[in-house]
Design a protein around this ligand. Structure first.
Ligand SMILES: Cc1cc2nc3c(=O)[nH]c(=O)nc-3n(C[C@H](O)[C@H](O)[C@H](O)COP(=O)(O)O)c2cc1C
Ligand code: SF4
Length: 434
């Protein structure tokens, strides 16, 4: 099958061109022209255009970007623009691609967005493990300052905008927007209760917009070509294109840009090259590890847009598609997830701190051949008690995969408990790893 025309490289048109990373190369390809054009508009016109484009946040929650910007107070108080580049959701590696291949696209998107929301100061928060991307973005920032695209009176417009990089220290919870704000403030990276939402009271208690890397990069394309071009792709409520990080048991893992509502099956088999010979699809985690797992049968009818996935009881999330073939043991995989969430819980809320620990303990007791049948129900009971009760969504993010794994692959859990070994691998977890 000819797969060339399936991808729509709209955001990522120049990502394989090494020149695009340099300011000269970026400018040659039309870079910073959209900034010039946007500085001639009224900020409200930019907000309206972004609203009209239907762009929704690419960090996970899918909240409409223009609507979020509209929540800022109208008076002239100082306000901040934060770029969320923590990219901690397991399976997600699309923001890294933008940092490394298109640092100026992100910077241009941030200056335009800063102008739109009336901010004079932005920060790019980058995850601690992203040493190389941090170097690339820092170099690009220096180039943008030298060229007069950042700093005082940008291109003679009277608009001032400063941008700094803040390097995180490798905590998943610092990707949650209020955790990130705490971290930037020099505190422990712990989430804060909402409301007040950051748009009203965020960084240093001032109005703050937090947007994902991909969201801010897309602002350049939207302002360059207009909302109507962007809306050509996707559905009425899921507009535009999106980068999907494809990983797991797949022949060609990587980032792929496709229009929203792209069939998941086509991403796996046409773009991703399918599974290894002889392997059968068992399941797919469609939107990062917090998204409930889909069975192979559900994959058949799944389109990658917000509504379709929500309708299937899962979510588009960050666009991290993790493919699971029939060589994988679902109990084993769930053990990886429960360990991760237990490790990453910040510990402020009892249901999350204790719940993630219990989930991990119970799954590992099954994995060690010590599980009881009632443990499967106990997993569901604990997970159900963790939902919708806490300061941030990490608790739900830990509970949802458990509920979906146990309900959709119950036979594997029951077999493990009864036989003391994996239905798929034939041995217990303990025998594999020691
Ligand atoms: C536990 C947790 C981790 C998160 N990690 C990230 C992250 O790494 N990157 C990100 O952009 N958003 C992350 N989010 C979502 C942010 O809180 C926020 O919704 C997002 O940055 C807003 O940007 P957007 O509207 O452009 O998507 C996380 C949320 C939670 C609950
Ligand atoms: S839900 Fe978990 S991670 Fe979020 S604030 Fe509470 S304890 Fe921390």
């Amino acid at each position: 099958m000819d797969t060339k025309n399936l991808e729509v490289k709209y955001l990522s048109e120049h990502y394989s061109n090494p020149e695009y990373k340099t300011i000269e190369g970026y400018k040659k390809l039309g870079g910073y022209e959209t900034l010039k054009k946007s500085l001639g508009l009224q900020p409200q016109q930019i907000i309206d255009e972004v609203k009209a484009s239907g762009l929704r946040g690419r960090g996970g929650a899918g909240f409409p970007t223009g609507v979020k910007w509209g929540f800022l107070p109208k008076n002239g108080e100082p306000r901040y623009l934060l770029c969320n580049g923590d990219e901690g959701e397991p399976g997600t590696f699309k923001d890294r691609l933008i940092f490394e291949e298109a640092p100026h696209q992100l910077i241009e998107g941030m200056i335009i967005s800063g102008f739109a929301v009336g901010s004079n100061k932005g920060y790019i928060y980058i995850r601690g493990e992203y040493k190389k991307p941090t170097g690339v973005i820092e170099k690009a920032l220096r180039e943008a300052y030298d060229a007069g695209f950042l700093g005082k009176n940008i291109l003679g417009s009277g608009f001032n905008f400063d941008l700094d990089v803040y390097w995180g220290a490798g905590a998943y919870i610092c990707g949650e927007e209020t955790g990130m704000i705490s971290s930037l403030e020099g505190e422990k990276g712990q989430p804060k209760l909402k409301p007040p939402f950051p748009a009203i009271q965020g960084y240093l208690k001032k109005p703050t917009i937090v947007n994902n890397v991909e969201t801010l990069a897309a602002v350049v394309n939207i302002m360059r070509d207009g909302a109507s071009t962007y809306k050509k792709w996707g559905t009425e409520k899921s507009c535009g294109t999106k980068l999907f990080s494809l990983s797991g048991n797949i022949v060609k893992p990587g980032n792929y840009e496709v229009p929203l509502a792209f069939p998941l099956k086509s991403l796996i088999y046409d773009l991703g090259g399918g599974l290894k010979p002889g392997r059968k699809l068992k399941a797919v985690i469609p939107g990062g590890s917090s998204a409930p797992v889909l069975t192979a049968e559900e994959v058949e009818r799944c389109n990658l847009d917000y509504e379709c996935l929500a309708g299937m009881g899962s979510m588009l999330g960050s666009g991290a598609v993790i493919v699971i073939d029939d060589s994988q043991c679902m109990v084993d995989l769930l053990g990886v997830l429960t360990h991760f969430y237990h490790h990453e819980s910040c510990g402020q809320c009892t249901p999350c701190r204790e719940g993630t620990g219990w989930l991990d303990k119970i799954v590992h007791s099954i994995l060690n051949g010590k599980g009881r049948l009632q443990d499967i129900e106990l997993l569901e009971k604990v997970a159900n008690n963790m939902k919708g009760k806490t300061i941030c969504a990490l608790s739900d993010a830990a509970a949802l995969p458990v509920l979906s794994f146990v309900s959709k692959f119950r036979d594997e859990f029951e077999f493990y408990v009864r036989e003391g070994r994996s239905k798929v691998r034939g041995v217990a977890h303990a025998q594999m790893h020691h």
